[in-house]
Design a protein around this ligand. Structure first.
Ligand code: GAR
Length: 191
């Protein structure tokens, strides 16, 4: 299998990012080269440091002016981008440069409960409010619209009448942690 160098983009806590750091720590052909975040206070930066993954923080302007980000990705020799709780829309220049090489995880069964503003607990609240009997996770390729790229994996979980925002969030996080690293590995191994 060809060597794959990953960059993780995350905005917050970073439990998914941490599972990815852990899973690929001693992997023979997949390596996490860096963590990029728009949030200098994000807990994910501490998680990255614990796994010796270098962190890079950027602001809106850096993100828009493509040279900044592309330069960092070039320095780390990145060929695949993994979004793990990253909340900004991916700009056109990144989509163009990493065509079909950006993966995202979404905490519901797309195409339902996706789109702008639908992240984290907002998603779980919308799922609960609409009386669904199940939810789940979706791993998909990223294009220029929020949550509309090609779906490569979904897993479901039942919702019961006792579920609250917190219990549903916990169920979904568990599913994400089990599947996201494994699906990334499988997807990359098909090349
Ligand atoms: C995850 O549940 C992920 O699916 C979600 O943010 C959470 C981040 O948790 N992403 C989105 O909602 C994207 N629309 P984490 O920081 O603990 O990994």
């Amino acid at each position: 299998m060809k060597q794959q160098n990953l960059a993780i983009f995350a905005s917050g806590n970073g439990t998914n990012a941490e599972e990815i750091f852990k899973y690929f720590k001693d992997h023979h052909s997949i390596s996490v080269k860096g963590l990029l975040t728009n949030n200098p206070k994000a807990q994910v930066l501490n998680r990255a440091a614990r796994y010796d993954v270098p962190g890079f923080t950027f602001n809106r302007e850096d993100f828009r002016s493509k040279h900044h980000i592309l330069e960092v990705l070039h320095q780390w020799n990145i060929n695949t981008i993994i979004l793990a709780g990253f909340l900004w829309l991916i700009p056109e220049y990144l989509i163009h440069r990493f065509q079909d090489r950006i993966l995202n995880i979404h905490p519901a069964l797309l195409p339902k409960f996706g789109g702008k503003g639908m992240y984290g607990k907002h998603v779980h609240q919308a799922v609960l409010d609409s009386g669904q009997e199940e939810s789940g996770i979706t791993i998909h390729l990223v294009n220029d619209q929020y949550d509309r790229g090609r779906i490569i994996f979904q897993e479901r979980c039942p919702i019961d009448s006792q579920d609250t925002l917190d219990t549903l969030a916990e169920k979904i996080h568990k599913l994400e942690h089990v599947h996201y690293p494994r699906v990334i590995e499988q997807w990359l191994s098909m090349e």
